[in-house]
Design a protein around this ligand. Structure first.
Ligand SMILES: [Zn+2]
Length: 140
């Protein structure tokens, strides 16, 4: 499946593999071939040893919710069709952290989420990923 990431500068080099994996329901981060540091967001050089030898690795999708917010109005134009929605920061068990979308709970809200709770990667459907290649998480 092809994901339109044309709005992201250097999408093919840096974020293309991430978006393509999301479209397949997988979560990947970069990994340094020299020092094994897990890296997110994608970079040209390892932030630990400055090596340019980087690959991608699939991660467990398990992590801790660092913080989150619910946007009810004033969303960027690419998201203005669906407020309210929730974005958060997840620290993966493998080390790096990333911004994500959070699925609402069974009651249709995000009232059950709290900072520091365990969350897990729960991919959005392919149509959503094709429109906005973000990693989705839910309560673990
Ligand atoms: Zn390194």
């Amino acid at each position: 499946m092809s994901v339109d990431t044309g709005y992201i500068q250097n999408a093919d080099e840096l974020t293309g593999p991430f978006a393509a994996a999301l479209a397949e329901g997988r979560l990947i981060v970069q990994k340094c071939n020299d020092c094994a540091t897990a890296i997110m967001y994608p970079k040209y050089r390892c932030p630990n040893c400055f090596s340019g030898s980087l690959d991608w690795q699939q991660v467990s999708g398990a992590g801790q919710l660092q913080t989150f917010t619910i946007l009810r109005m004033g969303a960027p134009s690419a998201f203005d069709v669906e407020p309210p929605y929730c974005i958060g920061i997840v620290k993966l068990d493998e080390g790096p952290q990333l911004m994500c979308r959070l699925h609402p709970g069974a009651d249709g809200t995000w009232n059950s989420y709290v900072c520091d709770q365990r969350v897990s990667f729960a991919p959005a459907d392919a149509a959503e990923v094709a429109q906005r290649p973000a990693a989705w998480f839910t309560a673990a």
